[in-house]
Write a protein that binds this ligand. Structure first.
Ligand SMILES: *Cc1c(COP(=O)(O)O)cnc(C)c1O
Length: 495
């Protein structure tokens, strides 16, 4: 049965999945949402016998219904290949009674690779299916990890160009080096004087600029997005929750039908929304545990029903979660408003205006599946330290936020259900914060000295993504004000 995509902000014409992927964001500023959440049509036992790629097909075919079997399988085969450093694609590690689902074995060692290694293929396939003649310009705002993963995915992909905006002083040294050393003649990386929210707002404004869109079309270009507002990002993220459950089943760590909890370190609300969709598809997930860092706008929202971005933006050791406007929450708001675009639009207008909105009691009741909490900087460091001391397992700062929040959840609820923690980045990506947490004797070392020390203590080989940037030359040094983003894009396109 066909799934079509509606905007969260108007009852317009629903579009096919390939069109939603091409557009990224709806013209009215809304996000595309499926008109129904399809149910899994394979049993969990059947899924337990499948490879990652096979599970990916079984999940994605239910959403991307205008792709042929051959098209979708080709995209999957090109995405989940030797770019990943393990055949399992997403290995799971048990530590202190929880299962860490390692989503960082792709080309840029963060979970963004899970979706961004397939998005370029979904997008170019969509362009072909829709007879698009224009060159597609991917516009991306990044809090650090999406940028590199998108660059790696789209570099030298024919018919595309990619522009990445990142907060100049808001990413880790290694994240920045990964981006500014990116090769590929269709790539463009710009640091902005501002934070991630500024970058994301700027990108959304460019998308909403109808005059620019028309001018671009004249010149043979059209925009799309590699951010998690693109449904082509969200759908591939559902896959690993299904795969993780199937793996637990296959290894007899759970019995069929047992419910599990998932803990997700959250920023833009894309990853945890994918887990929510997996649950709606019939995957036996109980609680969706939303972990925030000191930018705890989501924790406050789940507690009070009021979303309020009016607060200080804190730069933390988990920069990919330094976000006050979680874009994908809009998809959840739309859903708990009874798929009502008018109600959603009203709330989003309030957010854009005064920076806050409050949901109704009825909407709040529908959030019972979610549990929110947060970890401050000290707790995050202590979590890394203590887990390493007692097990030898080293986790990154984002995963540590999740691990810490899981501890708080267990203490509060006494819930002992099997739990999967989304491990979203390799500790090598945040080496300085990780090593500082483990021992202050590392504080004075250089970045790559820290890398070598991490290899020694974790007994995990230095990933290729890190080796590559040790000596790589800087190829991008553009910096701009947040008001100049549109001009930067036009300069790059030469229009
Ligand atoms: C992007 C990112 C997150 C946050 O994921 P969202 O889907 O934006 O909520 C968490 N951890 C890491 C390492 C990330 O790169």
């Amino acid at each position: 049965m066909e799934v079509l995509y509606n905007s969260t902000r108007s009852k317009g014409n629903p579009v096919k999945s390939s069109e939603a992927i091409l557009k990224g964001l709806s013209e009215d500023g809304g996000l595309f949402v499926p008109d129904r959440i399809p149910a899994l049509d394979k049993t969990l036992e059947e899924l337990a016998e499948m490879t990652y790629g096979q599970v990916a097909y079984e999940v994605m075919k239910l959403y991307l219904t205008d792709f042929t079997e051959q098209e979708l399988k080709a995209c999957i085969a090109k995405a989940y290949d030797e770019k990943f450093d393990t055949e399992e694609i997403v290995p799971m590690v048990e530590a202190q009674g929880a299962y860490y689902l390692e989503l960082f074995h792709g080309a840029t060692i963060a979970f963004k690779d899970m979706a961004l290694s397939i998005l370029p293929h979904l997008l170019t396939t969509s362009a072909k299916k829709n007879q698009v003649k224009n060159e597609i310009v991917i516009l991306t705002a990044t809090s650090g990890d999406t940028g590199k993963a998108a660059l790696a995915g789209f570099a030298d992909v024919e018919g595309t160009r990619i522009v990445v905006f990142y907060p100049k002083n808001g990413v880790s040294k290694i994240q920045e080096k990964q981006m500014v050393t990116q090769k590929g003649k269709n790539t463009y990386v710009v640091g902005i004087h501002g934070n991630f929210d500024d970058a994301q707002t700027g990108v959304k404004q460019i998308f909403g600029d109808k005059e620019l869109t028309a001018y671009m079309d004249e010149k043979g270009f059209q925009f799309s997005s590699a951010n998690s507002i693109n449904i082509g990002r969200l759908v591939p993220q559902i896959v690993y929750y299904v795969y993780a459950y199937a793996r637990l089943l296959k290894e007899e760590r759970i019995s069929s039908g047992d419910k599990i909890n998932v803990v997700v370190p959250t920023g833009n609300f894309g990853n945890i929304l994918a887990a929510f969709y997996a649950k709606q598809m019939g995957l036996p997930i109980d609680r969706l545990i939303c972990a925030s860092n000191e930018n705890k706008v989501l924790f406050d929202f789940f507690k009070s029903g009021t979303y309020d971005r009016n607060r200080e933006f804190v730069l933390t050791s988990s920069p990919s979660m330094d976000i006050l406007i979680s874009s994908n929450l809009e998809r959840l708001i739309y859903r708990i408003a009874g798929n009502n675009p008018d109600k959603n639009k009203e709330l989003m207008a309030a957010l854009a205006g005064g920076g806050t909105y409050t949901i109704t009691e009825d909407m709040k009741e529908q959030l019972a599946d979610f549990y929110g909490n947060y970890a401050d900087e000290g707790e995050t460091a202590k979590t890394i330290h203590d887990l390493y001391e007692s097990t030898g397992y080293v986790i990154d700062t984002h995963t540590a936020v999740a691990s810490c929040v899981y501890g708080k959840y267990k203490e509060e609820t006494k819930d002992t259900k099997t739990t999967v923690i989304a491990s979203t980045a390799s500790p090598y990506k945040f080496t300085r914060s990780v090593m500082n947490a483990i021992d202050h004797k590392y504080d004075s070392m250089e970045d790559f000295e820290l890398v070598d020390n991490l290899a020694e203590i974790s007994k995990v080989e230095v990933p290729k993504a890190i080796e590559e940037i040790r000596e790589a030359p800087v190829l991008h040094d553009h910096v701009c004000e947040k008001t100049q983003m549109k001009q930067m894009v036009m300069d790059f396109l030469g229009i």
